[in-house]
Ligand binder design. Structure first.
Ligand code: GAP
Length: 435
């Protein structure tokens, strides 16, 4: 009974988030006018602003706040041998069954009965299944070559490892980071942005000496958690999940989870990849991907720790985390660094040309500094409601007193407190508040 009520509450919350996302232009179902395509979504005008804010926070944190991290932007399609070396071609061609509840996949041969061994949920029928999304290159039939859309973005980082070292002279330990699309033929795409077929990942691949793996693993585990805590409204909803079943090359693996999620919880994996990736690509490409320490001349294959997260999942969890219902209003309590608009400017009455003109003047002044919006529709209450729902931290209203005193009302999204601020001090005031 209690479980059913929780499930219902979770479904309701997801319905509200999906509906808000579509209604206010955060996320639209992909190719909707043709009936949609399962597992594909488009970000709308507000969604793309927020997603860009999120990605630039990540990028700045990686490349500007850590001395030894550089970025790349790799191609989505690579030489198909990459996916043989990575193990994706071989490891995903078995008949698999997938649990409809926890989405764990199992080789059909390993399963007895029709229940998931991990959670007891129902299983899909066995399918010969490869998670890679194939594509064909070339224009002449019969001469086309098979390739894949990348199944995980990180592979291009390994491919560029040598070029990065040669072109930058960066020394181990160092990191290469990237934000980019990945594609997977998920058996059961669903739960909105949580399990898609096309999605975006942000990756840090950290290359270090094998003897330092433990030290760096613990460093990145803590560092990544602290970063996520800095962007969530309720950091107490974040936690670690420790993997018990490990890949053969891994000594440990943790997920950073959004524990209050009504759908799946995994947001980022902190993985011990050891020398697996560089040694496999050395073997398959015939290129030496080892590293020689310029001081000691020691030659070794750098070991890898990865922090591989989902941009879309983080976006979804941030929306869930920020969504708040308070009396008669819905408020998206996003951190201001993530909010699509930082400030909304209104004339108190839209049918008074002198107020509209002054409001435009204030709008033109502020737009040089902040991403802002102008709203002249409906009444003031509706405008506040509308801005709260999309997470705009401050609303600036121009009224008749403004014309005499050159001050405006600034209203805070979270406290709803209103203050009178001189127009001449407005930019500085907002800069301080939005820090
Ligand atoms: N390079 C390692 C790797 O790709 P993963 O755990 O499969 O590891 C990393 O993926 C992250 O990518 C996940 O933690 C999740 O946030 C995101 N992700 C994976 N599959 C996804 C999907 N189908 N839809 C949306 N995000 C996904």
């Amino acid at each position: 009974m209690k479980n059913n009520m929780l499930k219902q509450a979770n479904n309701n919350l997801m319905e509200k988030i999906v509906s808000l996302c579509k209604r206010r232009g955060f996320v639209f179902p992909g190719s909707e006018i043709y009936g949609g395509l399962q597992g594909f979504y488009d970000y709308g005008p507000l969604g793309v602003e927020m997603k860009n804010n999120l990605k630039s926070l990540w990028w700045r944190w990686m490349t500007k706040e850590h001395e030894n991290i550089v970025g790349i932007d790799g191609a989505i399609i690579t030489n198909p041998k990459v996916w043989e070396a990575s193990g994706h071609v071989k490891n995903f061609v078995d008949p698999l069954v997938e649990c409809k509840k926890c989405h764990h996949r199992f080789k059909a041969d390993d399963i007895t009965g029709d229940k998931c061994p991990d959670c007891g949920g129902p299983l899909t029928e066995p399918k010969v299944f490869n998670i890679l999304v194939p594509t064909r290159l070339g224009v002449i039939e019969g001469e086309k070559t098979d390739a894949y859309l990348r199944g995980e973005a990180c592979q291009t980082i390994y491919l560029d490892f040598k070029n990065v070292i040669d072109s930058t002279r960066i020394k181990v330990p160092f990191g290469i980071c990237q934000i980019g699309k990945a594609f997977r033929n998920e058996v059961t795409p669903g739960n909105f942005l949580f399990r898609q077929r096309e999605f975006e990942q942000w990756d840090l691949q950290w290359f270090c000496h094998p003897s330092e793996m433990n030290k760096w693993f613990e460093f990145w585990k803590k560092e990544r958690m602290n970063w996520y805590k800095s962007i969530f409204t309720h950091p107490e909803n974040l936690g670690f999940y420790k993997h018990e079943k490990l890949a053969h090359y891994a000594k440990k693996a943790f997920d950073i989870e959004y524990t209050a999620s009504p759908v799946g919880k995994e947001m980022e994996g902190i993985h011990w990849r050891g020398e697996w990736d560089l040694s496999r690509h050395s073997e398959y490409s015939g290129q030496d991907l080892s590293y020689t320490n310029p001081e000691t001349n020691e030659k070794f294959i750098p070991n890898i720790i990865e922090a591989s997260g989902g941009v879309d999942r983080t976006f979804l969890f941030l929306m869930i985390d920020a969504y708040t219902e308070e009396k008669d209003r819905v408020v998206l309590k996003l951190k201001s660094s993530l909010a699509p608009y930082k400030v909304a400017v209104f004339p108190l009455l839209s049918n008074k040309p002198e107020l509209v003109e002054k409001a435009k003047e204030v709008y033109n002044m502020l737009k040089k500094e902040f991403n802002i919006t102008f709203d002249g529709r409906g009444n003031i209450g509706k405008r506040y409601y509308s801005q709260d729902e999309i997470g705009t931290p401050f609303c600036v209203t121009i009224d008749f007193d403004t014309l005499n005193n050159s001050d405006v009302t600034v209203r805070d999204r979270d406290t709803m407190k209103q203050e009178r601020i001189k127009i001449g001090e407005l930019t500085k005031f907002l800069e301080e508040k939005l820090k």
